[in-house]
Write a protein that binds this ligand. Structure first.
Ligand code: SF4
Ligand code: SF4
Length: 116
């Protein structure tokens, strides 16, 4: 297993160094029932499973997709939490990311156009 806290392919988010963005799940270990849903369902290898304590562990926090909260929804024990989504919206505003995405959409019609 790699000991890196972020995989190379997730090292940037919209051009921003991913390590500068504090967005990742936190697990309340008292609430975690060890069902493994977060471990097996996250597509970004954020979680691992501690077979001794039978609890999920956040192994690669910065692999988490900025703004995603899917694992919070999957956790029947409500053991997973995230920062306020306003934190992500503030980054988008501060770094002008929406303006950049408009340019990206406008210059890549063949990629993004609705299929007919
Ligand atoms: S989904 Fe929730 S209860 Fe299940 S292993 Fe993950 S943190 Fe624990
Ligand atoms: S929020 Fe999404 S990407 Fe982040 S750890 Fe949960 S499921 Fe994975």
């Amino acid at each position: 297993m790699s000991d890196k806290i972020v995989d190379e392919k997730f090292a940037k988010w919209n051009g921003i160094d991913r390590l500068k963005i504090k967005w990742n799940p936190k697990i309340d270990t008292d609430k975690c029932i060890g069902c493994g849903m977060c471990v097996t369902s996250c597509g970004r290898d954020v979680f691992r499973f501690n077979y001794e304590s039978r609890k999920a562990v956040v192994q690669k926090p910065y692999n988490c997709l900025v703004g995603c909260t899917s694992c919070e929804s999957w956790c029947v024990a409500k053991a997973i939490s995230f920062p306020d989504k306003e934190y992500v919206r503030d980054i988008i505003k501060k770094d002008g990311l929406a303006a950049k995405s408009v340019q990206e959409v406008n210059s890549n019609k063949s990629k993004y156009e609705v299929e007919k």
